[in-house]
Ligand binder design. Structure first.
Ligand code: ADP
Length: 423
């Protein structure tokens, strides 16, 4: 209880007495600060000796405050000093209203309030500090896996691109972040692997003709070689040089196609005509193996791009079809046109391609049956180049095949019908 409340409770039984002022003055516990006791209408019945000299104005204000039931008041005393009043309303045992006024400088009167405010401010500060510390702690805990991801990412970037992030993610979002970063690293690494594989394949392919040439030259160096033997060595050397030249030319073509620079200026050309010419060439080659070329080709469909390059694709397909077909069989070449797309299908009844090889058939240097393909003299670049050329014509190439039954390679390219057809 505050001092004013204690004092009010002590003097309450004295209030109805005639000599109330003296009785109050005799109280042992009169507060140290100046105190007055008034009736409910504000009239003074007691003031402690230490009440400062009051001006009329001060007195009036104190009386008004008491009469109007104000709990706190600020008034000025005779020296113009600010004083605070705390008014405590009490009812005498007979039921009359009284007011006990405690006065003093604002600080001393409001000690309780000040202490309360101070403790509240301290509490708020403490809560703020705890909240700041707590949120910093939570943020640090939440960010720890991200720090770990950054650290591992730097390690991978700097030292070992083959490594993957192995971070313990405690939320689905972080788990997804780690998974997608690992997937991104896989994708980034894939071209590097492809380039390594490609370089290894190139050096391997170059090595074979170079070794054969070295062998031939060493044979020629040996003395006492008859003239006809030297001639044969020269022929062998020439064919190896041809093989090397073809390989280098194909590699260059693949590089140009990969860079998207295959067709500088697209030219219109009659696709059917190109296919017919290819069938003629294929027939000349196939004749010696007693293989027939059965052609159903439509003329008058105009494609745009490079006739020379598309010719190379079709020749590669017919060449393979003849190469992998048994003697006495037939290779079929069909051309159709629908909704602006021309399809050219080359089918054979040859050895076919196993399903697991079909997916890789357009990769550079891939040979389904290495030993046999090498015998046939192919470098394994033909279909990879064909794929790039068809893509450069905004088309695609597909394969269907059944082992030991045959294969069908189909080119799909945009083409428009010439006037004669559309009429
Ligand atoms: P290559 O110069 O070795 O023929 P390609 O890129 O043209 O290279 O063909 C790649 C591989 O695809 C061949 O080595 C062969 O194993 C397979 N292949 C291509 N065409 C056929 C076909 N018509 N029938 C069976 N296998 C084929």
């Amino acid at each position: 209880m505050s001092r004013v409340a204690i004092f009010a409770a002590e003097i309450k039984p004295l209030l109805d007495r005639m000599d109330a002022a003296e009785e109050i003055a005799d109280q042992p516990n009169v507060p140290a600060t100046p105190v007055t006791v008034r009736r409910g209408d504000g009239s003074l019945i007691y003031e402690s000796p230490d009440v400062p000299h009051l001006t009329n104005e001060w007195e009036r204000a104190a009386a008004q405050g008491a009469a109007n039931h104000l709990t706190f008041q600020t008034v000025r005393d005779a020296t113009r000093q600010e004083q605070r009043l705390v008014n405590r309303f009490i009812t005498s045992p007979k039921g009359y209203p009284y007011v006990v006024q405690l006065m003093g400088p604002p600080v001393s009167i409001d000690e309780n309030t000040r202490q309360l405010a101070a403790s509240q401010a301290l509490g708020i500060l403490l809560i703020l500090a705890l909240a700041t510390y707590g949120s910093a702690l939570t943020a640090r805990q939440a960010l720890a896996p991200i720090d770990e991801i950054i650290r591992r990412g730097r390690e991978i970037h700097g030292h070992d691109p083959g490594q993957r992030l192995e971070v313990e993610a405690d939320t689905i979002e972080l788990e997804q972040l780690v998974a997608s970063m690992n997937a991104m690293l896989d994708r980034l690494e894939e071209p590097v692997h492809t380039a390594h594989r490609f370089a290894a394949n190139v050096s391997h392919e170059l090595q074979t003709p170079l070794a054969a040439m070295r062998f031939a030259i060493e044979a020629a160096q040996r003395s006492n070689r008859p003239a006809e033997k030297c001639q044969q060595i020269a022929d062998d050397l020439l064919s190896e040089v041809d093989r090397l030249s073809t390989l280098v030319r194909d590699l260059r073509l693949l590089a140009i196609a990969g860079a998207g620079q295959l067709i500088g200026q697209p030219e219109p050309f009659d696709l059917g005509e190109v296919v017919q010419q290819c069938c003629e060439i294929a027939r000349a080659v196939a004749d010696s193996d007693n293989i027939a070329i059965d052609e159903q080709v439509l003329g008058g469909f105009i494609a745009s791009g490079s006739a020379l390059h598309l010719r190379r694709v079709i020749l590669n397909l017919t060449d393979n079809a003849v190469r992998y077909s048994p003697q006495g069989s037939t290779v079929r070449v069909r051309m159709e046109w629908r909704h602006g797309i021309a399809t050219i299908a080359v089918s054979d009844c040859g050895c076919g391609i196993r399903p697991e090889d079909r997916a890789r058939i357009f990769e550079p240097f891939f040979r389904a049956d290495r030993a046999r393909a090498r015998d046939t003299g192919g470098s394994g670049l033909g279909l990879a180049i064909a794929d790039q050329i068809v893509r450069a014509h905004h088309g695609r190439i597909t394969v269907e095949s059944e082992p030991n039954a045959g294969s069908t390679f189909t080119i799909h390219v945009p083409a428009v019908a010439a006037l004669a057809h559309s009429a």
